[in-house]
Every structure is written in structure tokens, then in C-alpha cells.
Design a protein around this ligand. Sequence first.
Ligand SMILES: Cc1cc2nc3c(=O)[nH]c(=O)nc-3n(C[C@H](O)[C@H](O)[C@H](O)COP(=O)(O)OP(=O)(O)OC[C@H]3O[C@@H](n4cnc5c(N)ncnc54)[C@H](O)[C@@H]3O)c2cc1C
Length: 511
Amino acid sequence: MSSRRPRHILVAGSGIAGLYTALELRRTRAAEVTLITKGDLRQSNTWFAQGGIAAVFPQEDRVADSPASHGADTLAAGAGHCDAAAVRVLCEEAGEHVERLLQLGTCFDRAADGGLALGREAAHSAERILHVNGDATGAGIADPLIAAVLTDPGITVLEHTFLADLVTRDGTVTGAVVIRSGGSTELAADAVVLATGGAGQLFEQNTNPSVATADGLVVAWRAGAVVKDLEFFQFHPTALDVPGHPLISEAVRGDGAVLRDQSGHRFMTDYHLAAELAPRDVVSRSITLHLKKRGEQCVYLDATALGGGFLAGRFPTLDGLTRAHGFDWAREPLPVVPAAHYWMGGIHTDLWGRTSVPGLYAVGEAACTGVHGANRLASNSLLEGLVFGARSAAAIVADHGPWPEFGSTALRIAAGGREPAERHRIQQLMSEHAAVIRDSAGLEVAAKQLTQWRAGGDTVEERETANVLLASHLLVQAAAARDESRGAHYRADFPGADAAVVALHSYRMAQ
Ligand SMILES: Cc1cc2nc3c(=O)[nH]c(=O)nc-3n(C[C@H](O)[C@H](O)[C@H](O)COP(=O)(O)OP(=O)(O)OC[C@H]3O[C@@H](n4cnc5c(N)ncnc54)[C@H](O)[C@@H]3O)c2cc1C
């Protein structure tokens, strides 16, 4: 592999990870890039990100904070399951990429003194969260990246182009099969980067846009790539209980909003000393338990004490969004539910984005470097896309020596069943048995039902459903294999963490 000098790189995905990787590849002028995305360029989890991006970087007159402290917070949130080297890389290299975003035109919010405004979020021990227009950080970062990609003559952008499969020769990835204008075409490449994002669509209630159907994970899996930590799926505690489940940022609770049940009782104080500001997994779990106990469908986020003026000024996007759904959150509590939000697991990569399959790289939410462990620290995933996107670009151009070895444990996917799979039924099943609270009986029910379904077909929608089905199989098996509770993976039949099974779980397709 050491003589490999890729010239033409295919990047799949137009979120922060794909856009930034493409731009970093072009910085060297040693690569030409084709960037494909299945919707239009703005359709991504990235574009919907609200709260911000975490980064410690040198800035004059700022309070003491350090990459080491950011790393310690990341490790603590990860519940003993983070890859410490990945965390170090993430936190130490954050600053240079924030500088680059500024150069590319991201207008982070400023403090009164003109310096960058730094916010604080739950489980961060310092003020280190940058944001754009209060709660529109994803769009504020993505739009300048999109503009830069569109004006780079070495980047060919293909929207509405669906990555259907990878092409391999002698075990090395040499391109991809894409669906475009209803037909399938093969695109040759010296390397392929999967920046295809997450998989919220595995669950009925989720905060992700419709494009998040685990496509990258599934094509990588089919090509023999090792996947990792699939049992860890983060559920955000407060999604508005309306179709599409838009997220109500944690920052609203950070600023003083509280959670109530239907009777008006502020129940989080019954579950955790930190109440609404307990870690994300704890709040999601407490809400789920409380709803089960009371037989209710949603809880209520009460932000009325914050006042209409404050809410509109601090959260302009959310203010518009809640009003568009007919709520006046200055006067009435909002109905909210936990919703699938971010997949910590993904395609196993090293610290340079390399997967276990030569020629195949993965970055961003599709990848699993181990940086988030069992529970992602808020505002670390936009950062992940930058840091590991830049690293994978550097590795592709420089060719970092022999391809790494990845350890793995076999997972088996039973051959397809007879019943045609419907996406909403898979989502319902996953929400019932493999979501916030799991146990072996429920996971068994889910596994059995999943094997009875068959998905296939040539349209993009049919392929997405097949990907959702296969990814659900993998997640359920991974969750059944981890007999402990850790971070976002909570097993009601194993409520305590078991140190003996902290070892990294990674999986390869059984031969
Ligand atoms: C509502 C919401 C709020 C969030 N808030 C924050 C926050 O404040 N801070 C933070 O750090 N993180 C936040 N996150 C998480 C963060 O936004 C994501 O983890 C991150 O943006 C992922 O970036 P990505 O580039 O890896 O993937 P994405 O941004 O999801 O992009 C994936 C891209 O791949 C494309 N794609 C997928 N499948 C295919 C295919 N088969 N063929 C072609 N293209 C394909 C998609 O269309 C999309 O363009 C939030 C997420 C959501 C949903």
C-alpha cells in the first residue's frame, strides 16, 4: 500500500465531515474530488445542528481552559468506553480547525468585547461552545463550507446521487455504484470516503432528517468492514412531540427550563440530584421510566419562567419553530419525548479515518473512532467531522504506511425472511424494544421479528429500507451481546456497569 498515491477521491455525504474532507483534500492540490450526496447539499444532520461546536483554542483574555480539560469531560461523558488517543486528538486539534472555519467565513457569535462568545453546556466544565445566530450553528457552518465546495474547480458536486454499493478489486475499494436519475452507474476512485452520517431513521421518534438511514454503515459492512459500538445510540431527552420530532436544545434546560409530567409535577428531582441538568442518557431514561409508570405519552418542557423576550432573543430558531407548530412557549409548556439522536457506533476507523478495508475511509457520524465512547459529550460531533475529516484527507494524500489491522468479533445476519419489510414497522419495533431501555426478552423479540422481514428492490427508497433493516439487525445483536448498562446502552436486566466487559466491542461480518 505504501506506494499508493490516490488522484481521484470519491466523498459520499455533504454534512460537515464530507464537505470539510473534500476541502482539505483540495488544499494539497494533489487530489481531485467528486462529492456525492443523496439529497441536495443542505440535507444533512449537520445543517440542523443547533447548540454549537466545542473547541478550546488560544484567544486573548479568555478564562483558563485547556484541551486536557475538554478531554477529561469527553472521557467522563463516554462512561469508561472512549478511545483515549482519539479523545486527545479531538481536543488538541480542535483549535486549528475552528480557525479554518473562521477563514472560510463562519460567523460565530461574538461577545460584547468582540471576542468569540463561548457558551457552556451540560457536562462541560468550562465555557467552550461556539455558536452561530444563537441556535443555528449547523447551518452557519455548513453554508460557507458548501459555498467553498461549489467554487472549487477541483470538486465535482453530484446532488441527488445515492451511494448504493462499493466496488472492490482484490480486497481494495476501487469505486462505488451510485443511483442517479433513476439509473445505476459505477464511479471509479482511488479512494472512497464515507461521510454519510447517522441513522436516526432506525427509530420511530428521532431528531434526524430523512436521509439518516445508515447507508454508509451498510455498504461498508457488505464490503467486509469492521463496525463497532453499535449498541450505543444516544437519545436526546427533549424532542418536540410533533411529526418529525424537532429537537429542543439542551441549552433551554441549561438556561432554566424544567420538565413536568401531565399533573405539573417537576419529576426530574425524583430521579437525579442534577435534575434536568443530569447527563443526557440519565434524563432520557428518567423520562422513559416516568412515562411508563404513569402510562402517559409525553412530558412537558416548561420554559415559561424564562420570558418571551429572552426566549426569542436567545433561541430565535426554536422560537420560530415552536410557533410554527402552534405553541407559545413563553406561555405554555411544550410536549416533548426522548428521540434517537446520535449513533456513537459506526464503521471502525483508526485515527486517520482508515477502515479495515483498504481504500475505504469513514469520517464523522458514520465512523467510529471510539472518541465518544458509550455516550457523546454535547457539541463534540461537529468537531469530530472537522478533526477526523482533515486527518483522513491528510492520510489519503500522504498514504500513511501499511494498512492497519482491526480486531473483531463475528456478527451473523440471518438470511432474509419472507414478509416484506415496511420502514415504519421496523422503526416501531426498534422504538419498542431497542431504544432507551432494553432487556434480553425485548431484544429477542426484536431479533426474531427482524429475521422474518425481507427488504430489497432497486429504488432509492427500497434500498434505504433494506439498509434500515440490516442496520437494525446489527444494532439489536450488539445490544444483546452487551450484558451490562453503560452510557446510552441501558439494560433493565443488567442495571449496573460490569467492568469485565468494558473491552471494546467490534464486529465483522461472519464468513
Ligand atoms: C437536530 C440536531 C441537532 C444537533 N445539534 C448538534 C450540536 O449542536 N452540536 C454538535 O456537535 N452536534 C449536533 N448534532 C449532531 C451533529 O449534527 C451530527 O452528528 C453531525 O452533523 C454529523 O455530520 P456528518 O457530516 O458526519 O453527517 P451528516 O451531517 O448527517 O451528513 C451526512 C450526509 O451524507 C448524505 N448521505 C447519506 N447517505 C447517503 C447515500 N447513500 N448516498 C449519498 N449521500 C448520502 C446525507 O444526505 C448527508 O448529506 C445534532 C444533530 C441533530 C440531528
